[in-house]
Write a protein that binds this ligand. Structure first.
Ligand code: SAM
Length: 307
């Protein structure tokens, strides 16, 4: 170990073709992922786990140990910290090659669009990134449209319940993660949102994921029954604080025998069963999706719609 780093075998590659070589080395288990690659002019030095033809010795700085990092959540190439600590942000940024920005939320998730403001603590001054989730890619902008990576398992659960060729309505679609995740099993997905920035990102995501059956709609979900009839097999209602106001619209969109996924934030089990009972529900199954704050959790009610 030298003062400035560790000596390792290195492969010198042209920076423009470095990613190709990096992937090939990963495939052969030869890339040393504990050390940070190093730039030298037009070349990039990639650290190796073993000597290969053409390798040369070089000094590399180790990535910081992930266990020592301040608490943060990853959304694509952005780390969201829980504390405003610029030095810790620089360490987080250096810990993963895939990160381009570290931010700190300066306010709560708020307003109709469910967005929040951020301060960039390290890296590129942007709140935009691309998230990869179960084979799909989503362009997101944390400051301008809601996105939660924590719902990826829930999206797959709903996808696994679908029969081929369903007609789906996502009433509060955001940048389209539910709509696009469900599109593979659907004949049509109508995906509405009130936030123009969310719908614009959704259009980008529809193109990026080559979805030909997702119809983005800039609209208030309350107006959807005036345009679409009661023909949807599945309706997704992910507006946890306000969904109750839109249950009537959801029942006006979902056909008898179809399913409504009603998301809510609650402190008591079954908090919304009485309300749901005022509509023609044939059966209701309630599940915890994730905890939200101490004593409060994000629940989903899968409602089988009756006549
Ligand atoms: N389903 C998306 C997801 O999982 O990432 C977004 C969910 S986010 C909690 C709720 C979304 O509903 C926001 O994008 C917000 O702009 C949108 N929204 C709020 N009120 C609405 C309304 N009346 N009609 C349509 N969309 C609305």
């Amino acid at each position: 170990m030298h003062g400035e780093g560790d000596e390792r075998w290195a492969l010198r590659v042209d920076r423009r073709r470095a990613e190709e070589t990096r992937q090939a080395l990963i495939g052969r288990g030869l890339l040393d992922r504990e050390h940070r690659p190093r730039s030298e002019g037009e070349s990039l030095l990639l650290p190796l786990t073993a000597e290969v033809p053409g390798a040369e010795p070089a000094i590399f700085v180790p990535f910081p140990q992930r266990d020592d990092l301040a608490r943060h959540e990853l959304v694509g190439g952005i780390a969201i910290m829980q504390e405003e600590d610029r030095a810790a942000a620089e360490t987080i940024l250096a810990s993963r090659p895939s990160l381009h920005t570290v931010v700190f939320p300066t306010g709560p998730v708020a307003g109709e669009f469910r967005t929040r403001e951020f301060r960039v603590l390290a890296g590129e001054p942007t709140t935009r990134t691309v998230v990869t989730e179960h084979g799909h890619r989503f362009a997101v902008d944390l400051a301008h449209a809601y996105f939660s990576a924590r719902l990826s398992t829930e999206r797959q659960r709903v996808r696994s319940m679908m029969a081929a060729g369903e007609r789906v309505c996502d009433m509060f679609a955001g940048v389209g993660p539910f709509a696009i995740s469900l599109a593979g099993g659907a004949s049509l997905v109508v995906a509405a949102d009130l936030n123009p920035a969310a719908v614009s990102l959704m259009c980008e995501n529809i193109r990026m994921n080559r979805c030909r059956n997702v119809l983005p709609v800039l609209a208030d979900a309350a107006h959807l029954p005036g345009v679409f009839s009661r023909t949807f097999d599945r309706v997704v209602m992910n507006l946890p604080m306000e969904s109750a106001h839109f249950l009537r619209a959801a029942f006006a969109l979902c056909r008898p025998g179809g399913t409504i996924h009603y998301y809510a934030l609650q402190e008591d089990e079954g908090a919304y069963l009485d309300l749901i009972g005022t509509f023609p529900a044939a059966a209701v199954a309630e599940r915890r999706v994730r905890s939200y704050s101490p004593g409060e959790w994000h629940a989903v009610y899968d409602i089988a719609v009756g006549e």
